[in-house]
Design a protein around this ligand. Structure first.
Ligand code: FES
Ligand SMILES: [Fe+2]
Length: 380
């Protein structure tokens, strides 16, 4: 895999070349991932503490926080977090708990002038400062300045809000490497949340190769795109897998330097560890895979578009989103079946071949960060 992302003419050239030769990008070796890594509580705990909480992970798109006071609250790495846009335009993130008796402050998404706890109405500003305690004389010695919401490192970058829960510099993660995906004219169209009975890594793997297009997506994606023809690139711990549509053939008539990829392929950006950003003709879908338990994953799907919001534009966005959802449901079926198959105890390792290089990159990075040999984990 190359270290920098191909530009549009280069990408088209590489894909047309693969189509001509009936080839695809190959990784430099087969990867064998221990099945224990999908079942072990100890490994799951290590992923949460050593990977998720120490990595700058995309939390939501900037477009989910369009105005002052808009917030998104959800669990990230088993931690309730709220991100909110302040009066100064800056997005801040906080641990989502009142400083009085710890009640979770907000749920879901919305817009507010201040964050007021439902229990006893302590009120926090959008900057997290504790502004008001009803009947404050009942709390002698409580210094409001020391009772603000507990901040989480937060940075807006390339149209996404990144958070880092523990320690590391937020810029060490995906943010430093990202190409422009969401410009200022991108708007949030819809948000959807689901839960599935599969380890989060199995769900992630379903996004990271094109070797299953014909067999899994026979009546959805396969009529429009090729099976097992992809360009696979790594950037930092992240990767980009490009899936050409059959209509890319039209670009053969276009001079190479003028070839544009829009409408001709899907890029799937894997933002390590748990976010997928996939480009489609009428929208871009940002999918957050949230580990809930070793065998359970929450999936938050943000559909964004830069098409106009008139009736025709909205219908096109909805149609594109609903079509992709059909294919996504097929992927989730496979993920749940793969999870169930683990219980058969047929495999000690799962084998990822040369077409599955982005998955190899993913597991190699997890291994680098966690480092524990599986033997130790099995005994833990
Ligand atoms: S727990 Fe929030 S005000 Fe009492
Ligand atoms: Fe798929």
């Amino acid at each position: 895999m190359r270290g920098i992302l191909a530009d549009e003419p280069d990408m088209v050239e590489r894909l047309l070349d693969h189509i001509d030769r009936k080839t695809t990008d190959l990784s430099d070796g087969v990867w064998r991932e221990p099945v224990a890594h999908y079942l072990s509580q100890a490994r799951f705990a290590a992923e949460i503490s050593q990977v998720f909480r120490k990595t700058a992970t995309p939390f939501c798109p900037s477009a989910a926080l369009p105005d002052t006071g808009c917030y998104v609250a959800r669990d990230a790495a088993l931690t309730p977090v709220v991100a909110v846009r302040g009066g100064d335009g800056k997005v801040r993130a906080f641990r989502n708990a009142c400083r009085h008796r710890g009640v979770q402050l907000v749920d879901g998404a919305g817009c507010r002038k201040a964050l007021t706890c439902r229990y006893h109405a302590w009120t926090y500003g959008l900057d997290g400062q504790l502004r008001g305690i009803p009947d404050e004389h009942g709390f002698p010695g409580v210094d409001k300045a020391a009772y603000g919401l507990v901040p989480v490192q937060c940075e807006e970058n390339n149209g996404m809000v990144f958070i880092t829960q523990d320690g590391a510099d937020v810029r060490d993660g995906a943010a430093a490497w990202l190409p422009d995906i969401f410009g200022p004219d991108w708007r949030l169209f819809t948000t959807a949340e689901q839960e599935f009975a599969a380890n989060w890594k199995i769900v992630a793997e379903g996004f990271l190769e094109g070797y299953h297009i014909r067999s899994t997506h026979h009546d959805t994606f396969f009529p429009l795109q090729y099976d097992n023809i992809n360009v696979v690139e790594a950037f930092g711990r992240n990767s980009r897998i490009s899936f050409p549509y059959r209509r890319i053939e039209k670009l053969r008539k276009v001079p190479p330097a003028e070839r544009k990829t829009s409408g001709m392929l899907t890029h799937v950006y894997h933002l390590f560890p748990n976010v997928m950003v996939a480009t489609f003709p009428t929208n871009v879908i940002m999918t957050v895979l949230e580990p809930l338990a070793v065998d359970r994953t929450g999936i938050v799907t943000y559909t964004l578009s830069n098409l106009t919001g008139d009736e025709e534009g909205r219908a096109a966005i909805a149609q594109g989103r609903d079509f992709v959802a059909l294919g996504a449901a097929e992927d989730r079926d496979m993920a749940c079946a793969a999870q169930r198959g683990l219980a058969a105890r047929a495999n000690d390792v799962l084998t990822f071949g040369l077409f599955e290089g982005a998955i190899r990159h993913f597991h190699r990075n997890l291994q680098d960060l966690i480092g524990d040999p599986v033997g130790d984990l099995m005994e833990a």
